[in-house]
Design a protein around this ligand. Structure first.
Ligand code: 6LW
Length: 524
């Protein structure tokens, strides 16, 4: 796998994610000089991507916490169900990750541990009797372990807590309600921190849409009672013209330099009112100052960095897929095998949830081009897809030498163009996000490339593949599927940006696949 890199100007990170593309509900911990971060993943497998950084700014994906089909069976998981917000902590020499599989009832809270965050992670232990989402893990001074979570149990709605045995995976007491928040909608996403002689309980409120924010309370003990900060929410972009919106669901970390920072989720909406965001909720970084009264103040513009070029080419030469590859409806391991002549062989799998399995990556840029060199097997068809969910997607489909553009918006699915006899062996299917022509967030172009010539098949307003149209918690994923039979994928090239020549000839260089930030705090 290779990445193309180029030098970018230095920008303030308040307007740019540190982990772009649908990576919401970030949770972070530090061990020495190393930071580790995990995010939600919903219906996609493998689940819970895990990242490593030395500076909180440049992140490399090192694995997935639920990496096998046994640990997260994606087969019957509907869109935006599955794995919700995790908490990642390091305690007693091990990494602990707790999250919720909302598609598994009645016991949805699961705990996994690892010596190395890159894996292998243990099999999940399910903890009974904690009904809700967004579990946090915290250990008191005497070693007692507590799960603090967003309870949706009738009569106990709010932030609840119970002591558990994390090794046995057993609840040790009846859950107690410890805070209902400040009165805003959906108090959720609790995290507990020991800072000096206080225990801080930080939550998200207002819902994960434009009203989203962060509120906080504190107590001398982990179990409360908690007193709310006088100026909640302590962080929100609601009712502002900030380009990054929906900010909330934060997690704090003390940097090894001694000061504090937060990761949080936000979106980058574009186009005309109500504004459309297409890449889901992404992970951002803020600096944290402590006020003289001992409350955290968020500074989303603290850090600057040179933006990474997220372009990459994967020729699937390695036996193992890069951990960035995901699929709805099935794990990539269940429908891909290395092809003996190079590349990867995909086969059609019937997914009970209605989503065709696809080898996909999260889109992370405002504009991009993806090209897949894919050859359908005899009597087979293959497609390059852009998917928001199973009811909102488009595809360039290759079948019998013809490339067809297909668009699905809600209940309507139709062909929007075709290129007859346009797909000779060695041709590439191509999708691009390009600047908008109709006040949408972008336009999507569907094309086929033969002999270096790009043949446009169709173009449409990208708002139809946005969260504001489709709903849900995820973002766009670009991928390749064998729609019938089999297909051989020999190259997938993702190019960030919109100034692409019709023929892309930039030579790949040997670099890590995720690009690189050249980062420093703004005030250093
Ligand atoms: C998550 C909740 C939230 O569980 O959205 O933004 C939910 N916050 O805390 C799904 O990501």
């Amino acid at each position: 796998m290779t990445a193309q890199t180029s030098v970018q100007p230095s920008v303030r990170l308040g307007e740019h994610p540190v982990i772009a593309g649908f990576h919401p509900d970030p949770t972070v911990c530090r061990v020495g000089r190393d930071y580790y971060l995990a995010t939600s993943s919903f219906e996609y497998a493998p689940a819970v991507p895990v990242f490593h950084s030395r500076d909180l700014v440049n992140w490399q994906q090192v694995g997935n916490a639920l990496a096998t089909p046994e640990h997260f069976p994606a087969g019957d998981v509907p869109a935006s169900q599955g794995i919700y917000a995790p908490t990642l902590r390091h305690y007693d020499g091990r990494f602990w990750l707790i999250t919720t599989n909302v598609s598994r009832t009645p016991s949805a809270q699961l705990l996994v541990t690892a010596a190395d965050p890159a894996g292998p992670w243990s099999s999940p232990t399910y903890i009974e009797g904690l009904r809700g989402i967004d579990p946090d893990l915290a250990w008191d001074d005497d070693g007692s372990c507590f799960v603090t979570y967003c309870s949706n149990e009738p009569g106990r709605e709010g932030i609840a807590q119970a002591r558990i045995d994390p090794v046995a995976g057993v609840r040790l007491e009846e859950p107690r309600l410890i805070w209902r928040g400040t009165g805003l909608a959906y108090p959720e996403a609790p995290h507990l921190y020991r800072v000096g002689s206080w225990w801080y309980l930080m939550i998200a409120e207002g819902g994960t849409e434009r009203g989203h924010g962060v509120s906080i309370a504190r107590s001398r003990t982990l179990t409360g009672p908690f007193t709310a900060a006088p100026a909640n929410p302590v962080f929100s972009h609601r009712s502002t013209t900030q380009p990054v919106q929906n900010t909330g669901h934060a997690d704090l970390v003390q940097r090894h330099e001694g000061d504090w920072a937060a990761v949080y989720l936000g979106v980058r909406p574009r186009g005309t009112t109500p504004l459309f965001h297409v890449n889901g909720r992404e992970t951002f970084l803020a600096g944290i100052d402590w006020t003289t009264d001992g409350w955290p103040a968020f500074d989303p513009h603290r850090f600057t960095a040179r933006l990474p070029d997220r372009s990459f080419t994967d020729r699937f030469d390695d036996e193992l897929l890069h951990p960035r590859w995901i699929s709805p409806g099935a794990a990539p391991a269940d429908f891909t095998t290395p092809h003996p002549d190079g590349g990867v062989q995909l086969r059609r799998v019937a997914s009970p949830n209605g989503s065709p399995a696809m080898l996909g990556v999260r889109a992370g840029d405002q504009h991009w081009t993806a090209e897949a060199e894919v050859t359908p097997g005899p009597g087979s068809s293959a497609a390059l897809l852009l998917r928001l969910d199973d009811r909102h997607w488009c595809a360039v489909r290759a079948e019998d030498g013809t490339a067809r553009g297909v668009l699905r918006i809600g209940p309507v699915e139709c062909e929007i163009g075709s290129l007859v006899a346009g797909v000779a062996p060695g041709a590439a299917l191509r999708l691009s996000s390009v600047p908008a022509t109709h006040d949408g967030p972008d336009d999507i172009e569907l094309a086929a490339v033969t002999d270096g010539v790009v043949h446009l098949i169709a173009r449409f307003d990208g708002r139809y593949l946005s969260t504001e149209v489709a709903g849900g918690f995820t973002g766009r994923v670009i991928g390749v599927t064998a729609e019938h039979g089999t297909a051989r994928l020999t190259s997938f090239r993702y190019t960030a940006g919109h100034n692409q020549a019709e023929t892309i000839t930039a030579a790949p260089v040997s670099e890590p696949a995720s690009g690189h930030y050249d980062a420093q705090p703004a005030d250093s």
